[in-house]
Write a protein that binds this ligand. Structure first.
Ligand code: MCA
Ligand code: AMP
Length: 512
């Protein structure tokens, strides 16, 4: 580990901040895994700097994108840190993405390097073949893969931590959009550092914290919120490959913090081992990425004695609003702005509304991204003239400053914490010969919060396709969480006088 003094040119690099914290307790357990043993801070950061040298040798330069679609592992965390260290731009990709989704990201982001799981290497090789400047390496969750083989083959000492400007990109995370075309949100070192430090302060992150980490590490929640907080605290992480209620319940007595999407909490409540006694060492349960139902909040409090801390964030902004560590955690709300963040609610004319009045939520702060990758026009549309980001969420604020997210202006479904933009699924359905038109909505679902549900009008009313057949075909094209749980064949879609499909009518008709 080579922490740099704050006057060093690399001081703005988020890596420097994280490495400085880690350097205080190098031999402390950082990642405890069920199958791969324990990694100390020294080991993880040591591998990160070794991988940074590999990146350099491969030809990855400052500002180059490194697209990574790998399963969760300590080496994957080290690769993220290596990209920061090298000044490269980390581009994590959901492991559920299929060929056409991956092809889009690679064509759009033009990464210098793609790192994939060995079992997906052939698929990725086919895509990368069309991009001569892009190189492919593999990384295995079991600790193998060509990237680590390169690392073992005698690479020279790690270069110094890259000097970056605070506004230099550290990461690109793709979020889908209302057109169905994903946009890359470019997050800078400043964005990530500011948000991590704000969360550390707001949630009182401690050296003796032990975090249960069961989220994927290709989205903001598991990658930035969870990992950065723990690293700033030089805390220990139980690093689980995926969500498993039994595994989490068993670990609770050794832990102090859990972060999860609401589905984590509803599933844990179904586990009989979840008791107040089991939670005796826990100090904080955090929920976000989707609305936490008040009944889940109450059931959790009754069962464990803990009030879940709900917070609100977005890929483009990181975390914005949070219920307090000390003080009332109010169910149905996401609390107040985090340190350094400004929030306001405006009406259709852009004027701020008084407490208790619903409106459109806008955010400003050092956490807010600079723009979408190579989409200046789209970026301009999403910001107000005075620099507030238009979230697309509807909110209202109480007299004492607690914000509640009460709806969405954007056509978005959140299923088990994953965002699904209906247009992307509708585009796939509409491209099928048997489908004349389609509408995709989210219906209330006890486990996932919302379940993706499709309605299609068949091209030939006399020979309607079976919903299950369409579902199977969609599975070949789209990540599994985007695929409708049900496809209903209907004679026509409900429309208003302007001819626009009334998705609210579909939701109301089928909400039962
Ligand atoms: C998996 N499947 C899903 C979902 N996850 N279907 C709908 N919604 C989902 N979320 C499907 C798979 O395609 C598969 O389908 C079947 O369910 C079983 O897959 P498996 O992987 O075993 O699923 P699981 O273990 O039950 O996963 C559910 C989960 C997981 C644990 C809730 O989705 C999860 O970890 N979600 C967290 C997402 C997250 O990190 N979001 C944060 C984004 P088939 O059987 O047909 O093949 S960051 C964000 O939103 C902002 C910034 C924020 O505020 O945090
Ligand atoms: P993403 O595009 O994955 O960054 O998801 C961001 C969206 O998730 C926000 O715009 C909200 O619609 C939603 N979201 C995140 N946290 C919460 C929350 N606590 N309550 C309600 N919605 C949330």
């Amino acid at each position: 580990m080579t922490p740099q003094p704050t006057s060093h040119p690399a001081a703005h690099n988020l890596y420097t901040t994280l490495a400085q914290r880690a350097a205080a307790t190098p031999s402390k357990p950082f990642l405890i895994t069920p199958e791969r043993g324990t990694w100390t801070y020294d080991e993880a950061f040591g591998l990160a700097e070794h991988l940074s040298a590999v990146l350099e040798q491969i030809g990855v330069r400052r500002g180059d994108r490194v697209a990574v679609q790998v399963d969760k592992s300590p080496e994957a965390v080290a690769l993220y840190l290596a990209c920061l260290h090298a000044g490269a731009v980390f581009l994590p990709l959901n492991t559920a993405y299929k060929r056409s989704e991956l092809a889009f990201f690679i064509q759009d982001a033009e990464p210098r390097l793609v790192v994939g799981a060995p079992e997906r290497a052939e698929l990725l090789r086919g895509i990368v073949a069309e991009h001569p400047a892009t190189r492919l390496e593999t990384l295995d969750a079991a600790g193998g893969g060509s990237l680590l083989e390169e690392a073992a083959a005698g690479i020279g000492p790690a270069p110094a931590t890259a000097a970056v400007h605070p506004d230099d990109p550290a990461s690109i995370l793709y979020t889908s959009g209302t057109t169905g075309r994903p946009k890359g949100a470019v997050l800078s070192h400043r964005n990530l550092s500011a948000n991590a430090l704000a969360l550390e302060a707001a949630w009182g992150w401690r050296h003796d914290d032990v975090l249960i980490h069961a989220l994927p590490i290709f989205h903001v929640h598991g990658l930035f919120v969870a990992l950065h907080c723990a690293m700033l605290g030089a805390s220990t992480i139980h690093f689980l490959p995926r969500f498993d209620a039994g595994q989490i319940v068993a670990l609770l007595p050794e832990a102090t913090v859990l972060m999860g999407v609401p589905t984590f909490y509803t599933r844990l409540l179904q586990h009989e081992g979840l008791t107040a006694e089991q939670c005796r060492t826990m100090r904080l349960f955090v929920a976000g990425s989707a609305p936490l139902q008040e009944q889940t909040f109450e059931a959790w409090r009754a069962r464990t004695g803990h009030a879940i801390l709900e917070r609100y964030g977005m890929t483009e902004t990181g975390m914005n609003l949070s219920n307090p560590l000390d003080g009332e955690r109010r169910p149905g709300t996401v609390g107040r702005p985090l340190p350094g963040v400004r929030a306001r609610i405006v009406d259709d004319t852009g004027h701020e509304v008084p407490p208790g009045t619903p409106g459109s939520l806008q955010i400003r702060g050092p956490n807010v991204f600079n723009g979408y990758w190579r989409l200046p026009e789209k970026t301009r549309e999403e910001f107000t003239d005075d620099g507030f980001f238009i979230t697309g969420d509807m909110a209202q604020v109480s007299e004492d400053g607690y914000y509640a997210i009460i709806g969405r202006e954007k056509d978005l479904i959140i299923s088990g914490g994953y965002n699904v933009y209906p247009k992307e699924v509708e585009n796939e359905l509409d491209a099928m010969d048997e489908v004349q038109e389609s509408a995709v909505v989210g219906l209330d679902h006890p486990d996932l919060g919302e379940a993706v549900t499709a309605f299609i009008v068949p091209a030939d009313a006399n020979r309607p396709p079976a919903g299950e057949t369409l579902i199977q075909r969609l599975k070949a094209e789209l990540a599994g969480y985007k695929v409708p749980k049900q496809v209903h064949v209907v004679d026509e879609l409900p429309r208003n006088t302007m001819g626009k499909v009334q998705k609210n009518v579909l939701r109301e008709q089928h909400s039962a």
